[in-house]
Write a protein that binds this ligand. Sequence first.
Ligand code: ADP
Length: 640
Amino acid sequence: MPDTPAPEKHEFKAEVAAVLKLVTHSLYTNREIFLRELISNASDALDKARYTALVDTDLEGQALEPSVRISADAERGLLVIEDNGIGMTPEEARSNLGTIAHSGTLQFLQEAAKAQAEGKSPDVQLIGQFGVGFYSAFMVADRVDVFTRSAQPGSEGIHWSSTGDGSFTIAPTDKEHRGTRIELQLKDDAKEFLDRYRIESIVRRYSNFVMYPVQFAGEEKDGEVQWAQLNEIGAFWTRSASELSDDDYKDFYKHVMGGFVLPGDEPLGRLHLSMDAPIQFHAVLFIPGRRPADLFNEESKHLQLFARRVMVMESCDKLLPAYLRFMRGVVDSEDLPLNVSREMLQENKNLSAIRRQLTRKTLRLLADTAKEDRERYEKVFEEFGVFLKEGLHLDNAHKDQLTELLRFSSTGHDTKWISLREYVDTMPEGQDAIYYITGRSQAELRGSPHLEALRERGYAVIMMTDAVDEWVVQDLTEYDGKKLVSVTAGDLDLDGKKDADDEADAAKEDEAPSAELEPLLARAKEVLGDKVSAVKVSRRLTSSASCLVDDPAGMGRNMERILAMAGREVSARPRILEVNGDHKFVKAAAALVGSGSDNATADMWIHLLHDQAHLAEGEVPDPKGTVERIQAVLDALASR
Ligand code: ADP
């Protein structure tokens, strides 16, 4: 045809050529994101057409329904992505697709080179982050043909073509309407992308909430292609909460959770925010119905981040503090750049502002749930309480709110869980501290001899059985002006004697046990040696014979357990053995020691008092010795 000029050949700019080389030869995993990139470009082009049309009524193709259409030609191995957006003039096509390197190109190459130097393969996600998304087409295609026509009236169509080596060609072409059609000649190992279901799942995964319909070409009917819509159109989160039903949210939750939610795992709460000032953003956040399995490893998923309705990060850990990582959902902002990298996000002021808002609102959501629906909140707490406790430790700014969100079980309350508020509000007259005990299980704690004196006074004791509770009591030393006091503290002072006038009396009681008991205490310390730091007469026991209490200078039994569990070597500080001077067995032991008649038996009884105190805490540090001593007592009984 004499009219058709020969295609012009152009060299790629050096950086672009380098990107292409990398893309075609080094990136093999996660190649499916090429589709996200091309759909995102198409969606941008449709956005631009929409905005431009507002001021320029001459624009070509005003009557067209905006869409992104995907079709697959299995015979020719062609995948086609077509939009009717703003298109490109010949000049734009030349510069945008090859001769001008985007500002991000160099950075992309540097990052990729760095990854390679470290022996890692470059992260394919980088492609979108650095604004070189179009070139990702070469991950799956041997040749890419772009047919485009600008919406400017009178524009000519242009055909851009390249095999991704050093050059591309440009030639005029007839194109009926504005927009861009990209034809990918798929590589032999990329034929999977011809499959409709594969395409559909990629679209749903990454581009489900693009503002325009993304369609797939189906069978022809009466000479017309039937287009099937793959995405949800329009961002769910931009819709007004008042027009959305519970079922809509449930569907969206399912989408957020990757399409699968077991019955009974429906979300325990939700938040739908639309903010305009100072930063524009939408967010739909859920408290999941069940603790996601990945929360304790580094791959843990976070909120999805969208910029202008295009997903820019599948899991962004900068949107909420780490301790709220159990929240799931989507954040979309007009005020974030499309091409973001994790590093850039770190310094982004708008993102920090979004994070502050989301943190505040999430804590408010939790507080409202607690207020409005006790049962539901208890479920939330059972699943996620441990994270709130982590927050108490890490987020000083929200310590008060987090404290109100904590729940504990108590020896003196019938309900399964109580808040500190409830504890304080139900304290009997005369009680001026909040008492707690830490240990491994409620069953073990309920039987603890340490509780005896408190039970007698009608004081409830908070039972802390979570490994992190020892941290909680380090961070939370006071609530509503009341101190948190461990009932296993060696210096427990239930009647406030320490502060009272009769301080001298109390001291006397500590220092000078009765004459009958004194020899027992002295002998016990001698027999037990380093196993205990002291032996004292107890003021907290009523029915048990003995118990172990923390030496005020020590670190606390539970903290020792936590450290031991974490593999840290702990030199357990010996604790104080307290004996109940009113107990029959203690009296008998004291008499035996005093008489000096049978030292061997007396020493064994002393050991048994020590054994018992351990047993009450569910521990047997010396099983063999303990069994032998019990057996000796039983033998003596049997031969009586
Ligand atoms: P980015 O989209 O991040 O700018 P790309 O390499 O993906 O980087 O695209 C380069 C440029 O090519 C875009 O900025 C845009 O101007 C143009 N372009 C790409 N795809 C299309 C399209 N479908 N319609 C119109 N212009 C496009």
